[in-house]
Design a protein around this ligand. Structure first.
Ligand SMILES: [Zn+2]
Length: 300
C-alpha cells in the first residue's frame, strides 16, 4: 500500500515536471533569445579542425532562415542595453557572433551578412590581428579587414589579447589580457570596444568583475542554451554553431524547441566542472609555460 502511494507520488512529480517544461516552451519568442556563436565560415581547416568552420553555402542558408523567420538581428551591445533596461527589446531578436577573428570573416562571412542585411559582432584576439600565417597556422584578419567589418556596421569586441583561459591566470595576468586587448583594438578602430567574449567561454566571478572594471559594458559566455531578458549582461548565453549543424538544427535553435533556456544561476554541475578545470589548468600551466597548447581543445 505504502509502495503504491509512493508510486502515485512519483508519477505526479514527473507530470509536474513535464508541465513545467511545457510552460517554458510556451513562453513567447521574445523571452528566449538565440545568440549564435560562429568561428569560421569556410572549407579550410581552422586550428587543426574543420568542425568549427561552417561551409559558406550553409551559412548563407542559415542567414536566409533568420530573415525568413522574421528575426531582428542585434549586436551584443544593443542586446546588452536591453538587458540593462537602457532600451527595449525588439520583436523576435537574434544575435550572430564570431569568435577569434579568422580572415574568412571578412572574405566569406561579410558578403553573406551584407546580402541578408544582418548585423553581427566580431570578437578579436588582439595579439593575432595582422600576424602573418605561420606554417599550418590559421590566417587571421588584418587591421584593414577589421576596418572593413566596422565600416559595414559590425560591432568589434574583444576576445582577450592572447586567448588564454582567464579563470586559470593570476588576477594581474587576467587583467592585462582584458585591458590590453581593449586598448589595442580601440587604438586601431578609433571607437570604444564595449563588449568582451571570454576565451573558451570560461569565466569566474573575479574575471567577470575585472571585465566590468576594465570598462566593458557587456560580455559573452558559452552556455549552449538560449539567452533570455533576465540573462546576465556580463555572461550572455551563447550556442556554439559547428559544421555538422544543418539548417533544421538552426531552425530548432531559433524557435527554441529542444534547447534549454539559460538561467541566471548556473547549474551546479557546470560550476563543479569549472572548479575541476581551473585546478587542472593551474597544474598544466605549471607544467608548460604556454597555455595556448590547449587552444580550441574546447572551442570559442
Ligand atoms: Zn576563442
Amino acid at each position: 500500500m505504502v509502495e503504491a502511494v509512493r508510486a502515485v507520488r512519483a508519477v505526479r512529480a514527473v507530470r509536474a515536471k513535464e508541465h513545467m517544461t511545457e510552460e517554458v516552451d510556451m513562453q513567447p519568442t521574445t523571452s528566449r533569445i538565440p545568440v549564435l556563436c560562429y568561428h569560421s565560415i569556410g572549407n579550410e581547416e581552422r586550428d587543426g579542425t574543420l568542425h568549427w568552420s561552417v561551409a559558406p553555402a550553409m551559412f548563407d542558408e542559415q542567414m536566409a532562415l533568420l530573415v525568413a523567420r522574421g528575426r531582428t538581428p542585434l549586436t551584443v551591445s544593443d542586446y546588452a542595453a536591453t538587458l540593462q533596461n537602457r532600451s527595449s527589446l525588439p520583436p523576435r531578436p537574434v544575435l550572430v557572433t564570431f569568435d577569434d577573428g579568422f580572415d574568412d570573416l571578412a572574405t566569406a562571412a561579410l558578403p553573406i551578412l551584407r546580402k541578408h542585411g544582418i548585423a553581427a559582432t566580431a570578437f578579436l584576439i588582439s595579439s593575432r590581428i595582422g600576424t602573418p600565417k605561420r606554417g599550418h597556422g590559421d590566417p587571421m584578419l588584418d587591421w584593414d579587414q577589421v576596418a572593413e567589418l566596422r565600416t559595414a556596421g559590425m560591432e568589434i569586441g574583444s576576445h582577450s589579447h592572447t586567448h588564454r583561459a582567464l579563470d586559470t591566470l593570476t588576477r594581474a595576468d587576467a587583467m592585462d589580457e582584458i585591458r590590453r586587448s581593449k586598448e589595442a583594438i580601440e587604438d586601431q578602430v578609433q571607437q570604444p570596444v564595449a563588449s568582451f567574449a571570454y576565451p573558451y567561454g570560461y569565466h569566474s566571478a573575479t574575471v567577470r568583475r575585472q571585465v566590468i572594471e576594465a570598462g566593458y559594458t557587456s560580455a559573452c559566455a558559452v552556455k549552449n542554451a538560449l539567452s533570455h531578458p533576465a540573462d546576465d549582461a556580463f555572461a550572455i548565453a551563447r550556442i556554439l554553431i559547428d559544421r555538422t549543424m544543418g539548417v533544421d538544427t538552426i531552425d530548432g535553435i531559433i524557435d527554441g524547441r529542444d534547447w534549454p533556456t539559460a538561467w541566471s544561476g548556473e547549474r551546479l554541475r557546470t560550476r563543479g566542472w569549472r572548479a575541476y578545470r581551473r585546478v587542472r589548468g593551474v597544474v598544466r600551466s605549471a607544467e608548460r609555460p604556454s597555455a595556448e597548447a590547449d587552444h580550441h581543445a574546447v572551442s570559442s
